[in-house]
Write a protein that binds this ligand. Structure first.
Ligand code: KIV
Ligand code: ZN
Length: 516
């Protein structure tokens, strides 16, 4: 058995299923490019049959991203499998189809209403169909960890006979505990007679906070692929955090022996940041490996120990995962070339038009604050590109506010038909700005979540606003904006959410009335 643990990243599929995390194509491409740089082995790029947008994302990633295998998810249904096959086709030999079908008693009885033999037949047919479209086929018995082991072994054997090259055992609802999950892997290894013809994979959810522990226990028991996401984003409590898997294996060779991954660990922090920015999902300060405090020692005893010998209180070198090594910040005197070089280092690839917009904003910010740090720049890029095609762009904002005045905002937005302006009082300056925007765009947004963060330290830091807006149909639309002025950043974020809403409305109209 190989000592390499295959890292299967599903940030763009399971991760994106997290409410409010949906990303547009541009954002998915940034994440995919960084996943290739951090060197994951497999990128699960989406669920192609779900929507035209999902198909396009998987197809574009399969066309443009070189290196990792590119995978598309499919239910055990012919139209799903066809869509996944077509979407990953441009990746050639690197294309993978991932077919799943629920196997647990509860899913069989209540969701699928199918008997055991029927499930085995469907799994066999689905895998065989996928195999006719791609050499690399993964099969997942959904809710595998809650499936009767004897039945699970029969399904797995049938899937391998039909051509599956990877068998993934999902802990779909995060119910497993490490010893039991490891025992299931051991059981399959000794009871499925053709198990050696496929790679055993694990896919854990974090409902009990055990996703990483379960995955590592499974690895010890012989699993050779781990599925997860960066920052552990995903449905409900999320998926297994890949950065934790990678660093646990790397930091504890005494326990994991010669097991290793192909991950370029110095790219981990950058990957975490890009995923967080593109998905709009914040990383907790205390998050292992990538949280702001992960390597911050505040107690005097710890600081003293570290100064004497780092290993007294640090089990990993922060630089190994990409901390430290900060470059000199840019200033307003830095030219377009210097800015582009920094963006390239940060992993961003901009079009000519985007470069122009970001450079204009960079100069504007450079006039207001002394240094433009990497995080400032990343925030500007995210702010400028989070909607590929803008319907509305913030042109001007003026707000009056104070303890004795009614807060009032006047906003002007640029549209393709010229500028539109309106004013509104509000319950605070941010509310006034948003109400003025509502009047211009003729929508009524309800703010479901609002977060403002200083991008860097210091009073002149850029403020980055991330918000989630419900425009009356229950869908949460994420908006992001950055500025040295938090009211302006809020208005930018709100306009960004409006633009995303316009785009989705337009897309839904096109889907409802397809061109003849
Ligand atoms: O959690 C799960 O069961 C899944 C499958 C589709 C692999 O995400
Ligand atoms: Zn999952």
């Amino acid at each position: 058995m190989s000592d390499q643990i295959i890292i299967f990243d599903t940030t763009l599929r399971d991760g994106e299923q997290c409410p409010g995390a949906s990303m547009n194509l541009r954002e998915k491409m940034e994440v995919a490019r960084q996943l290739a740089r951090v060197n994951v082995d497999v990128i699960e790029a989406g669920f192609p049959v779900i929507s035209d947008g999902d198909f396009e994302a998987v197809h574009t990633i399969a066309t443009e991203i070189k290196g990792p295998r590119i995978c598309g998810l499919a239910r055990c249904l012919p139209q799903d499998i066809e869509a996944a096959g077509a979407a990953v086709k441009p990746a050639g030999e690197r294309g993978r189809i991932h077919v799943f079908l629920a196997t647990s008693n509860i899913h069989r009885e209540f969701k699928l209403k199918k008997a055991m033999d029927e499930i085995i037949r469907l799994a066999r047919e689905g895998v065989a169909h996928a195999k006719s479209l791609a050499r690399d086929v993964e099969f997942s018995p959904e809710d595998g960890s809650r499936t009767e082991p004897e039945f699970l072994a029969r399904v797995v054997q049938a899937a391998i006979e039909a051509g599956a090259t990877t068998i993934n055992i999902p802990d779909t609802v995060g119910y497993a505990v490490p010893e039991q999950y490891a025992a299931l892997i051991t059981y399959l290894r000794s009871n499925v007679k053709n198990m050696d013809d496929a790679i055993l994979s694990v896919h854990c959810h974090d409902d009990l906070g055990l996703a990483v522990a379960n995955s590592l226990a499974a690895v010890k028991a012989g699993a050779r692929q781990v599925e997860g996401t960066f920052n552990g984003i995903g449905e409900r409590a999320g998926n297994c955090a890949l950065e934790e898997i990678v660093m646990a294996i790397k930091t504890r060779p005494d326990f994991f022996g010669t097991l290793h991954t192909n991950i370029h660990s110095r790219e981990i922090l950058k990957t975490s940041r890009i995923v967080s920015r593109m998905s709009g999902l914040h990383v907790a300060r205390s998050k292992a490996i990538v949280g702001e405090n992960a390597f911050a020692h505040s107690s005097g005893i710890h600081q003293d120990g570290i100064l004497k010998k780092r290993e007294t209180y640090e089990i990993m070198d922060p630089e190994e995962v990409g901390w430290g090594g900060t470059e000199l910040p840019l200033t307003k005197h830095s030219g377009r070339h210097a800015m582009l070089a920094r963006l390239d280092h940060l992993g961003f690839k901009l079009t000519e038009q985007e470069t122009k917009t970001v450079f204009e904003r960079f100069k504007e910010i450079g006039d207001k604050k002394k240094f433009v740090y990497d995080d400032d720049l990343a925030a500007l890029v995210e702010d400028s590109m989070s909607v590929a095609k803008e319907t509305f762009a913030l042109d001007y904002i003026h707000v009056t506010s104070g303890s004795t005045t009614v807060p009032t905002a006047t906003v002007r937005l640029k549209t393709s038909e010229g500028a539109r302006q309106d004013s509104s009082p509000g319950n605070g300056a941010v509310d006034a700005a948003m109400q003025a925007i509502d009047r211009i765009v003729n929508r009524k947004g309800h703010l479901a979540e609002y977060r403002v963060e200083a991008v860097t330290q210091g009073r002149d830091s850029l403020g980055e606003v991330t918000l989630k807006v419900d425009f009356g149909d229950g869908d949460l639309i994420t908006g992001k904006g950055a500025s040295t002025d938090v009211i302006e950043a809020s208005a930018r974020a709100y306009v960004n959410a409006v633009n995303r809403k316009e785009l989705t409305t337009q897309r839904n109209k096109e889907l409802a009335n397809p061109p003849l």
